[in-house]
Design a protein around this ligand. Structure first.
Ligand SMILES: C[S@@+](CC[C@H](N)C(=O)[O-])C[C@H]1O[C@@H](n2cnc3c(N)ncnc32)[C@H](O)[C@@H]1O
Length: 270
C-alpha cells in the first residue's frame, strides 16, 4: 500500500497560494469546509456484517449473487491496468484521497446491474475506479448514462493527468465528465436531470459537503433509488441526514479493508 505523508504546514500554505492564483473560485470553497471540519467527530454505527445479502434483498435481487465473482475479476483487471500505467492502487494514492474501496465498487456495480438505472450520478472520480465499474455495468445492461462530477485535486496539479485513467476509451460512450466541485456543479445538473436512480458520493468527505450532496440528490432520488455514501464514520453527515429523512431504508457497510464504512440509502417505493 502507498504511504501518504501529510504535507508540512509550509507546503500546505504554498499549495493553497498556488491553487488560489490558479482557480480562486474553487479554492475559496475549501475555506468553509475546513472551518466546518472543526465541528466534526467520528461516529459509531451498528455495522451490518451481512450487508451484501441485505442490500440484494432491498433491491429484490437474488443472493448469493452470480455477479460477485465477475466483480472480483474486474478488480484484478483494474489493478493490473493501473499498475501498467505506473500507478499505485488503493488507499491514499491520489494525494491523500484513496481509490475506491472494493466492497463499495462491487455494491455499486450490483445495484446498477440489478436495477438497470437510466440516470446514474457520482461525485469524485480520481482515477475513475467506480466510474469504470458503473460504465461496464451500464454497457452490460445496454442502457443508462453516468454523470461524474469531479474537481481534480486542487492542491496537486501534478495528479491531474491521472484523472479517469481506469476508464478506457471504449467505456466512455455513456459517460459525461463534469469538471468542478459538487457545490458548483450539482445544483444545475440536478435541475437538468430532474431524477436520479443511483447516486455515489465519493468526493470531499466533510460533514458539510456530504450533507449538501445528500440534500441535493435526496430531492430528486427516484422511488426505489439508491444512494451510496463513502467514508461515513469520520463525521456526522450521514447520521444527521438519515435521521432527518423519511421513507428510506439504510445500511451501514464495512469497507473491504476494514478501515472505513460506507452507507447505503434506499428510497422506499412510491
Ligand atoms: C476519494 S477520491 C475518488 C475515488 C473514486 N471514486 C474512485 O472510484 O477511485 C475523491 C475525488 O474527489 C475529488 N474532489 C475533491 N473535492 C471535491 C469536490 N468538492 N467536488 C467534487 N470532487 C471533489 C478529488 O479531487 C478526487 O478526485
Amino acid at each position: 500500500m502507498a504511504r501518504f505523508e501529510p504535507p508540512s504546514v509550509a507546503d500546505r500554505l504554498w499549495r493553497f497560494g498556488r491553487a488560489l492564483a490558479t482557480d480562486p473560485v474553487e479554492t475559496l470553497r475549501y475555506v468553509p469546509e475546513e472551518i466546518s471540519r472543526r465541528r466534526e467527530h467520528p461516529v459509531t454505527y451498528d455495522v451490518d456484517t451481512a450487508w451484501e445479502e441485505h442490500l440484494h434483498g432491498l433491491i429484490g435481487a437474488p443472493w448469493p449473487c452470480p455477479e460477485v465473482p465477475n466483480a472480483a475479476e474486474l478488480w484484478e483487471t483494474v489493478a493490473r491496468e493501473l499498475q501498467q500505467c505506473g500507478l499505485a492502487f488503493g488507499r491514499h494514492t491520489y494525494g491523500g484521497y484513496s481509490d475506491a474501496d472494493e466492497s463499495l465498487a462491487r455494491a455499486v456495480r450490483c445495484v446498477v446491474l440489478h436495477r438497470r438505472p437510466e440516470v446514474v450520478v457520482e461525485t469524485g472520480v480520481a482515477r475513475g475506479v467506480i466510474s469504470r465499474y458503473i460504465l461496464e455495468a451500464l454497457e452490460q445492461n445496454g442502457r443508462g448514462h453516468l454523470w461524474s462530477i469531479d474537481l481534480p485535486h486542487p492542491f496537486r496539479p501534478d495528479l491531474h493527468p491521472e484523472t479517469g485513467t481506469a476508464v478506457p476509451a471504449r467505456n466512455r460512450r455513456a459517460w459525461s465528465y463534469v469538471e468542478g466541485s459538487s457545490r458548483r456543479r450539482l445544483p444545475r445538473l440536478g435541475r437538468q436531470l430532474g431524477r436520479v436512480d443511483v447516486f455515489v458520493h465519493d468526493s470531499l468527505h466533510t460533514m458539510r459537503n456530504t450533507r449538501f450532496e445528500m440534500d441535493r440528490i435526496g430531492r430528486i432520488l427516484a422511488p426505489n433509488g439508491v444512494m451510496f455514501i463513502d467514508d461515513i464514520s469520520t463525521h456526522q453527515g450521514f447520521a444527521l441526514w438519515t435521521r432527518a429523512a423519511t421513507d428510506i431504508t439504510t445500511l451501514v457497510c464495512p469497507s473491504a479493508d476494514g478501515e472505513g464504512l460506507f452507507g447505503v440509502v434506499c428510497a422506499n417505493g412510491a
